[in-house]
Ligand binder design. Structure first.
Ligand SMILES: [Zn+2]
Length: 42
């Protein structure tokens, strides 16, 4: 199982099917919390 991690706060965003255990830091996708923060800053 793979895990997608928010690069801003290291929170788990989502899981995806994978043959091995892997972690991906998301550059384009942030967790809902960080998305809210980014929206306020912009
Ligand atoms: Zn985050």
């Amino acid at each position: 199982m793979g895990t997608i991690i928010c690069q801003s706060c290291d929170s788990t965003i989502a899981h995806f099917e994978d043959e091995k255990v892997s972690i991906l830091y998301s550059h384009s996708q942030k967790c809902p919390s960080c998305n809210a923060t980014a929206a306020e800053e912009n």
